[in-house]
Design a protein around this ligand. Structure first.
Ligand SMILES: O=C(O)C(=O)Cc1ccccc1
Length: 273
């Protein structure tokens, strides 16, 4: 029997690690990767069955590197999503006091989500690949002036003390993680569809594309754009819709979209969290 390995970015104790355990349970085989493209590469080649990756935060918005990777890796598809409440903590080595801290290490998303606190405390910021990786580094540096911003779980993993908690700008701070695999799978319960569209660069092209959805009574839940690399000021559009690929109105609309758009990729059909 083949082992269905799951890959995530960062170190054990990261938010991605926590999301993986919450989505898949703890009876799993997994491996960590240094960077987001490494996760896509492993999933695309079938070295791992699933990847789990942060996609959007309720306060700071989309993780645009991941949007771009979904566009680049043509055979990677979304098969699920999970939302995790993010409560950031300031942590350092035992005996360090909050007054000792001058430098904070963390993932850029976490630094962003705690910007107001970091300014108030006048900390110097050091971006790191991942929150858990920064906790591990602070533990190894063994320097009372250094702290990490990370998960409670990371403090336990790397033997750090929590000096302050709930330091995010907004109490309601939720990150959506997506689960990717290398084929488009869905079932009758899948009720959310993600898409990438590139329209022609002509008057009314986006209006026409959105018209295909309106005419077929399809509810759009999200619309975002990303620059097309190497073609300045032209954009790919990312959409979330309500529906199932077997629905007649979806089939009709997608047929029209595939004719009117320059690129049309279904990113996945899965259960909305
Ligand atoms: O660095 C991590 O732990 C991640 O999984 C990325 C991240 C960072 C901040 C909030 C949510 C996810």
């Amino acid at each position: 029997m083949s082992i269905e390995k799951i890959v995530y970015q960062g170190d054990p104790g990261s938010y991605s690690y926590e999301a993986m355990l919450e989505f898949f349970g703890d009876n799993i085989t997994f491996e960590n990767k240094d960077f987001f493209p490494d996760v896509f590469e492993d999933v695309s080649k079938g070295n791992a069955k699933y990847g789990i990756i942060p996609f959007e935060n309720s306060t700071t918005g989309g993780v645009y590197e991941v949007f771009d990777l979904l566009n680049t890796y043509e055979n990677c598809y979304i098969v699920g999503e999970i939302c995790v409440e993010i409560n950031h903590n300031l942590m350092s080595i035992k005996d360090a006091k909050i007054q000792d801290i001058t430098t904070v290490y963390s993932h850029p998303q976490a630094l962003d989500q705690c910007k107001q606190y970091i300014r108030k405390m006048n900390f110097h910021e050091m971006p790191y690949r991942n929150t858990a990786t920064s906790a591990k580094a602070v533990s190894e540096m063994n320097n009372k002036s250094c702290a990490a911003i990370a998960n409670k779980m990371a403090a336990n993993f790397y033997n750090l003390e929590i000096l302050d908690s709930k330091i995010n700008n907004y109490i309601n701070n939720i990150t959506k993680f997506i689960i990717i695999t290398n084929n488009l799978t869905f079932d009758k319960n899948s009720n959310k569809i993600s898409l990438i569209l590139i329209t022609s660069h002509s008057p009314g092209a986006l209006y026409e594309a959105l018209g295909c959805l309106a005419k077929n009574n399809i509810n759009m839940m999200k619309l975002e754009s990303r620059p097309i690399k190497n073609i300045p000021w032209q954009y790919s559009f990312y959409l979330d819709l309500e529906g199932n690929l077997e629905d007649e109105n979806i089939k009709k609309a997608f047929n029209e979209l595939s004719i009117t758009c320059k690129k049309f990729k279904v990113l996945g059909n899965y259960i909305a969290y």
